[in-house]
Ligand binder design. Structure first.
Ligand SMILES: C[S@@+](CC[C@H](N)C(=O)[O-])C[C@H]1O[C@@H](n2cnc3c(N)ncnc32)[C@H](O)[C@@H]1O
Length: 271
C-alpha cells in the first residue's frame, strides 16, 4: 500500500472522519506528505486540517434520522417547517450564525435576481435548509456540495420535502466538484476555509463557477467570537480576488456576515 493510501485508510478509521469524502482526505493528505512529514505525523496533520475546515463547525448530535422525522411531521405547515429547518441549522455553527439575519439575508441580497431557476451551493454546510427563505421558483434546481457523505445524504432527502429539485453530493469543491451552469452560485463564508487547504482555491472557484451571479460572503467574527479586524481583512482579500474582472459587484453588510453579489451579466448600476 502506498503512503497516501495508508494515510487515507488511517484517517477514515476514526469515527469523526469516517464519512468525510475520500477525495478530500486524499487531497489534504497528499499535501501533508509532500511537506516531507512521516506517515504518522501526516495522518495527525490531516486530521487537524479536517477539523479546522469542517469538524470545528459541527456542534455534535447530528441526528439526521430524527431530523428527517421532524421535518416530515412539520412539512404540512409553512411556519412549522421553517421552525424545524431553523432549529436544525443551529447544529452547524456557520449556518447557525445566519439565523439571526435569515429573514433579511436572502430577501435583501436576491431582490433583483428573481426568478432564480438554479442554484449551486458550494461548501454548503446546512445552508440548504434555508431554501424556504430564498424565494426560489417552484421546481428550481439546487445543487449542494460539502465534504460529509452523511450530511449530503440528509440534504438530498430534505430537498425532496421542499419545492426544489435537489441534488447533493460529497466532494472536494477545490479538486473535483461538478460545476453545472446555474443562475446563482453561493460560496458562503467558505473561501477563508478553502484557502487554508489551497491558497489558490478562491481564485480558482471564481474563475471556474459557471453562474450568472455569485454570492460570496465572509464571516465577521471568528468561531471563538472575536473580531480581529476580520471584515476589513476579508474585504481586502475579496477585492484582490475580483481585481481586473469586469464584473458588477454589490456589497451588503449584515450583523454576522459581509456579502458581495457579483454579476457577470448585469450592470447593477442600471437596476
Ligand atoms: C464556514 S463553513 C460554511 C458553511 C455554509 N456555506 C454556510 O455559510 O452556512 C465551511 C464549510 O465548508 C466545508 N468544506 C471545507 N472544505 C471543503 C472542501 N474541500 N470541499 C467542500 N466543502 C468543504 C465544511 O464542511 C463546512 O461545511
Amino acid at each position: 500500500m502506498s503512503d497516501i493510501d495508508e494515510l487515507v485508510a488511517a484517517v477514515r478509521k476514526s469515527a469523526k472522519y469516517r464519512r468525510v469524502c475520500e477525495d478530500v482526505v486524499r487531497g489534504i493528505g497528499e499535501r501533508e506528505l509532500a511537506k516531507g512529514r512521516r506517515l504518522k505525523e501526516a495522518v495527525k496533520a490531516t486530521k487537524r486540517k479536517l477539523h479546522q475546515v469542517g469538524g470545528a463547525y459541527l456542534e455534535g448530535g447530528m441526528d439526521y434520522v430524527a431530523w428527517l422525522d421532524d421535518l416530515r411531521t412539520a412539512s404540512g405547515s409553512g411556519a412549522e417547517f421553517r421552525q424545524a429547518c431553523a432549529r436544525i441549522m443551529g447544529y452547524h455553527s456557520s449556518t447557525r450564525e445566519r439565523l439571526e439575519i435569515l429573514d433579511e439575508f436572502y430577501t435583501t441580497v436576491l431582490v433583483d435576481l428573481q426568478p432564480v431557476h438554479s442554484v449551486l451551493d458550494l461548501a454548503c454546510g446546512l445552508n440548504p435548509l434555508a431554501i424556504p427563505w430564498m424565494g426560489l421558483l417552484d421546481g428550481a434546481t439546487y445543487y449542494a456540495y460539502d465534504i460529509y457523505e452523511d450530511m449530503v445524504d440528509f440534504l438530498r432527502t430534505f430537498m425532496k420535502l421542499t419545492r426544489v429539485d435537489g441534488q447533493a453530493a460529497a466532494c472536494d469543491v477545490i479538486r473535483s466538484c461538478p460545476k453545472p451552469r446555474v443562475d446563482l452560485a453561493l460560496v458562503l463564508k467558505s473561501i477563508p476555509c478553502l484557502e487554508q487547504i489551497d491558497k489558490a482555491a478562491g481564485t480558482q472557484l471564481l474563475d471556474t463557477i459557471d453562474a450568472d451571479h455569485l454570492l460570496i460572503s465572509f464571516p465577521v467574527h471568528s468561531l471563538g467570537g472575536r473580531d480581529k479586524g476580520m471584515p476589513a481583512n476579508y474585504e481586502a482579500r475579496f477585492r484582490e480576488l475580483v481585481a481586473g474582472k469586469n464584473w458588477a459587484i454589490r456589497r451588503f453588510e449584515f450583523a454576522t456576515e459581509l456579502a458581495f453579489l457579483i454579476s457577470k451579466i448585469q450592470d447593477f448600476g442600471s437596476l
